[in-house]
Design a protein around this ligand. Structure first.
Ligand code: ATP
Ligand code: MG
Length: 331
Protein backbone atom coordinates (compact mmCIF):
# COMPACT_ATOMS: atom_id res chain seq x y z
CA UNK A 1 0.00 0.00 0.00
CA UNK A 2 1.17 3.53 -0.51
CA UNK A 3 0.96 6.68 1.58
CA UNK A 4 -1.68 8.01 -0.79
CA UNK A 5 -4.15 6.26 1.51
CA UNK A 6 -3.88 9.46 3.53
CA UNK A 7 -5.63 11.36 0.78
CA UNK A 8 -8.22 8.75 -0.03
CA UNK A 9 -9.20 7.28 3.33
CA UNK A 10 -10.68 10.11 5.38
CA UNK A 11 -12.95 9.35 8.30
CA UNK A 12 -16.39 10.83 8.18
CA UNK A 13 -16.55 12.53 11.57
CA UNK A 14 -17.54 15.98 10.46
CA UNK A 15 -15.66 19.12 11.32
CA UNK A 16 -17.83 22.10 10.42
CA UNK A 17 -15.94 25.09 9.05
CA UNK A 18 -16.71 28.47 10.61
CA UNK A 19 -17.49 29.69 7.09
CA UNK A 20 -20.85 28.03 7.74
CA UNK A 21 -21.62 30.98 10.04
CA UNK A 22 -22.14 33.07 6.89
CA UNK A 23 -25.38 31.18 6.31
CA UNK A 24 -26.51 32.16 9.79
CA UNK A 25 -26.14 35.93 9.60
CA UNK A 26 -22.48 36.42 10.54
CA UNK A 27 -20.47 38.53 8.13
CA UNK A 28 -17.21 37.55 6.48
CA UNK A 29 -15.14 40.14 8.29
CA UNK A 30 -16.15 38.75 11.71
CA UNK A 31 -15.39 35.23 10.50
CA UNK A 32 -11.96 36.44 9.39
CA UNK A 33 -11.39 37.87 12.87
CA UNK A 34 -12.19 34.48 14.41
CA UNK A 35 -9.79 32.78 12.00
CA UNK A 36 -7.02 35.21 12.88
CA UNK A 37 -7.44 34.09 16.50
CA UNK A 38 -6.99 30.44 15.54
CA UNK A 39 -10.68 29.51 15.45
CA UNK A 40 -11.56 27.59 12.32
CA UNK A 41 -14.44 25.31 13.23
CA UNK A 42 -17.91 25.67 14.73
CA UNK A 43 -16.76 23.28 17.44
CA UNK A 44 -13.94 25.70 18.35
CA UNK A 45 -16.39 28.61 18.53
CA UNK A 46 -18.52 26.63 20.94
CA UNK A 47 -15.62 25.46 23.09
CA UNK A 48 -14.12 28.94 23.48
CA UNK A 49 -15.64 30.99 26.30
CA UNK A 50 -17.40 34.28 25.54
CA UNK A 51 -14.85 35.90 27.84
CA UNK A 52 -12.04 34.82 25.52
CA UNK A 53 -13.94 35.56 22.29
CA UNK A 54 -14.45 39.16 23.40
CA UNK A 55 -10.65 39.48 23.67
CA UNK A 56 -10.41 39.04 19.89
CA UNK A 57 -9.77 42.45 18.32
CA UNK A 58 -12.93 43.89 16.76
CA UNK A 59 -15.42 41.51 18.40
CA UNK A 60 -17.85 43.23 20.75
CA UNK A 61 -19.91 41.45 23.38
CA UNK A 62 -22.99 41.80 21.20
CA UNK A 63 -21.22 40.25 18.24
CA UNK A 64 -19.86 37.39 20.32
CA UNK A 65 -23.34 36.71 21.62
CA UNK A 66 -24.64 36.51 18.04
CA UNK A 67 -21.75 34.29 16.91
CA UNK A 68 -22.33 31.89 19.80
CA UNK A 69 -26.05 31.77 19.08
CA UNK A 70 -25.49 31.06 15.38
CA UNK A 71 -22.90 28.38 16.12
CA UNK A 72 -25.32 26.77 18.56
CA UNK A 73 -27.91 26.54 15.77
CA UNK A 74 -25.44 24.73 13.51
CA UNK A 75 -24.47 22.09 16.04
CA UNK A 76 -25.70 21.36 19.55
CA UNK A 77 -23.50 21.19 22.67
CA UNK A 78 -26.15 20.34 25.24
CA UNK A 79 -26.94 16.99 26.80
CA UNK A 80 -27.08 14.05 24.43
CA UNK A 81 -28.09 10.43 25.11
CA UNK A 82 -25.14 8.23 26.06
CA UNK A 83 -26.02 6.12 23.00
CA UNK A 84 -25.03 9.08 20.79
CA UNK A 85 -21.82 9.54 22.77
CA UNK A 86 -21.15 5.85 22.16
CA UNK A 87 -21.41 6.55 18.44
CA UNK A 88 -18.95 9.44 18.79
CA UNK A 89 -16.54 7.18 20.69
CA UNK A 90 -16.91 4.55 17.96
CA UNK A 91 -14.81 6.89 15.81
CA UNK A 92 -11.80 6.52 18.12
CA UNK A 93 -8.80 4.96 16.36
CA UNK A 94 -5.91 3.11 17.97
CA UNK A 95 -2.62 3.86 16.25
CA UNK A 96 -0.09 1.05 16.43
CA UNK A 97 3.21 1.77 18.20
CA UNK A 98 5.10 -0.76 16.07
CA UNK A 99 5.31 -3.15 19.04
CA UNK A 100 2.55 -5.72 19.55
CA UNK A 101 3.45 -5.94 23.24
CA UNK A 102 2.93 -2.21 23.69
CA UNK A 103 -0.25 -2.21 21.61
CA UNK A 104 -1.75 -5.02 23.69
CA UNK A 105 -0.94 -3.21 26.91
CA UNK A 106 -2.60 -0.05 25.58
CA UNK A 107 -5.70 -1.79 24.23
CA UNK A 108 -4.68 -1.44 20.58
CA UNK A 109 -2.24 1.47 20.49
CA UNK A 110 -2.25 5.23 20.99
CA UNK A 111 -5.87 6.41 21.05
CA UNK A 112 -7.37 9.37 19.24
CA UNK A 113 -9.58 11.87 21.12
CA UNK A 114 -7.26 12.03 24.14
CA UNK A 115 -3.76 12.84 25.36
CA UNK A 116 -1.13 10.13 25.84
CA UNK A 117 2.08 10.90 27.70
CA UNK A 118 5.27 8.84 27.82
CA UNK A 119 7.95 9.77 30.30
CA UNK A 120 11.30 8.32 31.21
CA UNK A 121 15.03 8.90 31.41
CA UNK A 122 17.21 9.70 28.38
CA UNK A 123 17.60 7.06 25.64
CA UNK A 124 14.58 5.05 26.68
CA UNK A 125 12.94 5.62 23.27
CA UNK A 126 10.55 8.54 23.63
CA UNK A 127 11.75 10.25 20.46
CA UNK A 128 12.03 6.95 18.56
CA UNK A 129 8.45 6.10 19.51
CA UNK A 130 7.38 9.54 18.27
CA UNK A 131 9.08 8.85 14.93
CA UNK A 132 7.50 5.41 14.60
CA UNK A 133 4.04 6.87 15.26
CA UNK A 134 4.65 9.48 12.54
CA UNK A 135 4.71 6.58 10.09
CA UNK A 136 2.14 4.19 11.56
CA UNK A 137 -0.51 6.97 11.67
CA UNK A 138 -0.31 6.96 7.87
CA UNK A 139 -1.14 3.25 7.60
CA UNK A 140 -4.67 2.13 6.75
CA UNK A 141 -7.05 1.24 9.57
CA UNK A 142 -6.57 -2.48 8.79
CA UNK A 143 -2.83 -2.07 9.23
CA UNK A 144 -3.14 -0.28 12.57
CA UNK A 145 -3.17 3.36 11.48
CA UNK A 146 -5.84 5.84 10.45
CA UNK A 147 -4.47 6.88 7.03
CA UNK A 148 -3.86 10.43 8.15
CA UNK A 149 -1.19 13.07 8.45
CA UNK A 150 0.93 14.05 11.45
CA UNK A 151 1.84 17.40 13.02
CA UNK A 152 5.14 17.29 14.93
CA UNK A 153 6.24 19.92 17.44
CA UNK A 154 9.90 19.43 18.29
CA UNK A 155 11.19 21.32 21.31
CA UNK A 156 14.58 19.63 21.63
CA UNK A 157 15.78 19.62 18.02
CA UNK A 158 15.92 15.82 17.88
CA UNK A 159 13.52 15.17 14.98
CA UNK A 160 15.32 13.26 12.19
CA UNK A 161 13.45 13.07 8.86
CA UNK A 162 15.85 10.32 7.72
CA UNK A 163 14.38 8.10 10.43
CA UNK A 164 10.90 8.62 9.02
CA UNK A 165 12.11 7.34 5.65
CA UNK A 166 13.76 4.28 7.20
CA UNK A 167 10.69 3.42 9.26
CA UNK A 168 8.38 3.99 6.26
CA UNK A 169 10.22 1.26 4.35
CA UNK A 170 9.44 -1.25 7.08
CA UNK A 171 5.73 -0.65 6.50
CA UNK A 172 6.01 -0.58 2.68
CA UNK A 173 5.13 3.10 2.50
CA UNK A 174 6.74 5.35 -0.08
CA UNK A 175 9.44 7.11 2.04
CA UNK A 176 9.09 10.43 0.20
CA UNK A 177 5.30 10.44 0.54
CA UNK A 178 5.64 9.50 4.21
CA UNK A 179 7.81 12.59 4.75
CA UNK A 180 5.32 14.84 2.96
CA UNK A 181 2.65 13.71 5.40
CA UNK A 182 4.55 14.90 8.47
CA UNK A 183 4.28 18.64 9.13
CA UNK A 184 7.17 19.70 11.30
CA UNK A 185 7.74 22.73 13.55
CA UNK A 186 10.64 23.48 15.82
CA UNK A 187 9.30 25.24 18.93
CA UNK A 188 11.93 27.79 19.91
CA UNK A 189 10.56 28.71 23.31
CA UNK A 190 7.42 28.25 25.37
CA UNK A 191 5.69 31.30 23.84
CA UNK A 192 6.41 30.01 20.35
CA UNK A 193 5.14 26.59 21.43
CA UNK A 194 1.83 28.20 22.48
CA UNK A 195 1.62 30.02 19.14
CA UNK A 196 2.18 26.75 17.30
CA UNK A 197 -0.80 25.30 19.16
CA UNK A 198 -2.92 28.12 17.70
CA UNK A 199 -1.59 27.36 14.21
CA UNK A 200 -2.41 23.70 14.73
CA UNK A 201 -6.12 24.50 14.77
CA UNK A 202 -5.80 25.91 11.27
CA UNK A 203 -3.87 22.89 9.99
CA UNK A 204 -6.13 20.38 11.69
CA UNK A 205 -9.35 22.01 10.52
CA UNK A 206 -8.78 20.17 7.23
CA UNK A 207 -9.60 16.95 9.09
CA UNK A 208 -6.63 15.22 7.49
CA UNK A 209 -4.56 14.83 10.67
CA UNK A 210 -4.56 11.78 12.92
CA UNK A 211 -1.70 12.60 15.28
CA UNK A 212 -0.06 15.55 16.99
CA UNK A 213 3.33 14.89 18.59
CA UNK A 214 4.97 17.20 21.13
CA UNK A 215 8.53 16.02 21.88
CA UNK A 216 8.99 17.11 24.63
CA UNK A 217 6.16 18.93 26.34
CA UNK A 218 8.12 20.46 29.25
CA UNK A 219 11.59 21.32 27.89
CA UNK A 220 10.75 24.91 26.90
CA UNK A 221 8.59 25.60 29.95
CA UNK A 222 11.39 24.44 32.24
CA UNK A 223 13.88 26.80 30.62
CA UNK A 224 11.58 29.81 30.42
CA UNK A 225 10.22 29.54 33.96
CA UNK A 226 13.13 28.51 36.09
CA UNK A 227 12.66 29.98 39.54
CA UNK A 228 10.27 28.80 42.24
CA UNK A 229 8.52 32.15 42.05
CA UNK A 230 7.65 31.50 38.40
CA UNK A 231 6.19 28.07 38.97
CA UNK A 232 2.56 29.07 39.23
CA UNK A 233 2.79 31.17 36.06
CA UNK A 234 4.45 28.23 34.28
CA UNK A 235 1.70 25.85 35.35
CA UNK A 236 -0.96 28.30 34.25
CA UNK A 237 0.59 28.60 30.77
CA UNK A 238 1.08 24.84 30.59
CA UNK A 239 -2.55 24.35 31.51
CA UNK A 240 -3.69 26.59 28.64
CA UNK A 241 -1.44 24.70 26.21
CA UNK A 242 -2.67 21.28 27.36
CA UNK A 243 -6.27 22.41 27.34
CA UNK A 244 -5.88 23.47 23.73
CA UNK A 245 -4.38 20.09 22.80
CA UNK A 246 -7.14 18.28 24.65
CA UNK A 247 -9.83 20.15 22.73
CA UNK A 248 -8.03 19.62 19.45
CA UNK A 249 -7.89 15.87 20.07
CA UNK A 250 -11.65 15.71 20.63
CA UNK A 251 -12.70 18.14 17.92
CA UNK A 252 -10.56 16.64 15.18
CA UNK A 253 -10.50 13.03 16.40
CA UNK A 254 -6.74 12.90 16.53
CA UNK A 255 -4.26 11.40 18.96
CA UNK A 256 -2.00 13.72 20.93
CA UNK A 257 1.29 12.12 21.92
CA UNK A 258 3.43 13.94 24.48
CA UNK A 259 6.87 12.96 25.64
CA UNK A 260 8.11 14.09 29.02
CA UNK A 261 11.28 14.29 31.03
CA UNK A 262 11.77 13.00 34.54
CA UNK A 263 13.34 14.44 37.65
CA UNK A 264 14.57 12.63 40.72
CA UNK A 265 11.95 12.18 43.39
CA UNK A 266 13.58 12.77 46.77
CA UNK A 267 10.56 11.37 48.57
CA UNK A 268 10.72 7.98 46.81
CA UNK A 269 12.24 4.80 48.22
CA UNK A 270 14.13 2.75 45.62
CA UNK A 271 12.95 -0.49 47.27
CA UNK A 272 9.37 0.33 46.45
CA UNK A 273 9.61 1.56 42.90
CA UNK A 274 11.01 4.29 40.69
CA UNK A 275 13.02 7.11 42.22
CA UNK A 276 12.21 9.54 39.43
CA UNK A 277 8.93 11.16 38.49
CA UNK A 278 7.62 13.02 35.44
CA UNK A 279 7.91 16.81 35.47
CA UNK A 280 4.91 19.07 34.91
CA UNK A 281 3.15 18.38 38.21
CA UNK A 282 -0.56 17.86 38.66
CA UNK A 283 -1.49 19.96 35.64
CA UNK A 284 0.12 17.48 33.27
CA UNK A 285 -0.92 14.43 35.30
CA UNK A 286 -4.57 15.47 35.00
CA UNK A 287 -4.38 16.34 31.31
CA UNK A 288 -2.85 13.03 30.21
CA UNK A 289 -5.58 10.40 29.94
CA UNK A 290 -2.95 7.73 29.41
CA UNK A 291 0.46 7.84 31.12
CA UNK A 292 3.23 5.42 30.28
CA UNK A 293 6.53 5.18 32.12
CA UNK A 294 9.50 4.02 30.04
CA UNK A 295 12.78 2.70 31.39
CA UNK A 296 15.81 0.76 30.24
CA UNK A 297 15.75 -2.99 30.78
CA UNK A 298 18.31 -5.73 30.21
CA UNK A 299 20.66 -5.24 27.24
CA UNK A 300 18.80 -3.50 24.43
CA UNK A 301 15.45 -4.03 26.02
CA UNK A 302 13.21 -1.21 27.15
CA UNK A 303 10.32 -1.58 29.56
CA UNK A 304 7.01 0.29 29.35
CA UNK A 305 4.67 0.47 32.31
CA UNK A 306 1.10 1.67 31.92
CA UNK A 307 0.53 3.88 34.94
CA UNK A 308 -2.75 5.52 34.16
CA UNK A 309 -5.45 4.69 31.65
CA UNK A 310 -9.17 5.46 31.43
CA UNK A 311 -10.01 1.92 30.30
CA UNK A 312 -7.04 -0.45 30.58
CA UNK A 313 -5.55 -2.12 33.68
CA UNK A 314 -2.02 -1.28 34.82
CA UNK A 315 0.53 -3.40 33.00
CA UNK A 316 4.10 -3.76 31.91
CA UNK A 317 5.78 -4.93 28.69
CA UNK A 318 9.11 -5.07 26.88
CA UNK A 319 10.01 -3.46 23.54
CA UNK A 320 13.20 -2.70 21.61
CA UNK A 321 14.42 0.16 19.40
CA UNK A 322 15.66 -0.84 15.97
CA UNK A 323 16.64 0.93 12.76
CA UNK A 324 13.11 0.21 11.53
CA UNK A 325 11.55 1.80 14.62
CA UNK A 326 9.92 0.45 17.77
CA UNK A 327 9.55 -3.37 17.69
CA UNK A 328 9.02 -6.39 19.92
CA UNK A 329 12.21 -8.14 21.12
CA UNK A 330 11.39 -11.20 18.95
CA UNK A 331 10.87 -9.17 15.73
P1 ATP B 1 15.99 11.84 25.55
O1 ATP B 1 15.36 11.92 26.91
O2 ATP B 1 17.43 12.09 25.57
O3 ATP B 1 15.26 12.67 24.54
P2 ATP B 1 14.70 9.54 24.34
O4 ATP B 1 13.89 8.77 25.32
O5 ATP B 1 13.99 10.44 23.42
O6 ATP B 1 15.86 10.30 25.11
P3 ATP B 1 15.47 8.19 21.98
O7 ATP B 1 16.24 9.24 21.29
O8 ATP B 1 14.08 7.93 21.53
O9 ATP B 1 15.51 8.47 23.54
O10 ATP B 1 16.21 6.82 21.93
C1 ATP B 1 17.58 6.73 21.84
C2 ATP B 1 17.91 5.27 21.64
O11 ATP B 1 17.46 4.89 20.35
C3 ATP B 1 19.39 5.03 21.73
O12 ATP B 1 19.60 3.90 22.56
C4 ATP B 1 19.76 4.71 20.30
O13 ATP B 1 20.75 3.75 20.25
C5 ATP B 1 18.47 4.18 19.71
N1 ATP B 1 18.43 4.46 18.28
C6 ATP B 1 18.34 5.67 17.70
N2 ATP B 1 18.38 5.54 16.36
C7 ATP B 1 18.49 4.24 16.10
C8 ATP B 1 18.59 3.49 14.92
N3 ATP B 1 18.60 4.07 13.73
N4 ATP B 1 18.69 2.16 15.04
C9 ATP B 1 18.68 1.57 16.23
N5 ATP B 1 18.59 2.23 17.39
C10 ATP B 1 18.51 3.55 17.34
MG1 MG C 1 14.14 12.46 22.93
Amino acid sequence: MSATAVETEQNDRSIISIDELQNHGINVSDITKLKSAGIFSIQSVLSTTKKNLVKIKGLSEVKVEKIKESAGKITSIGFIPASIQLQVRANVFAITTGSKNLDTMLGGGIMTMSLTEVFGEFRCGKTQLSHTLCVTTQLSVEQGGCAKKVAYIDTEGTFRPERIKEIAERFDLDPEAALENVMYARALNSEHQMELAEQLSQELASGSYGLVVVDSIMANFRVDYSGRGELSERQQKLNIFLNKLCRISEEYNCAVFLTNQVQSDPGANSLFGPTSKPVGGHVLAHASATRIMLRKGRGDERVAKLQDSPDMPEGECVYVIKARGICDPED
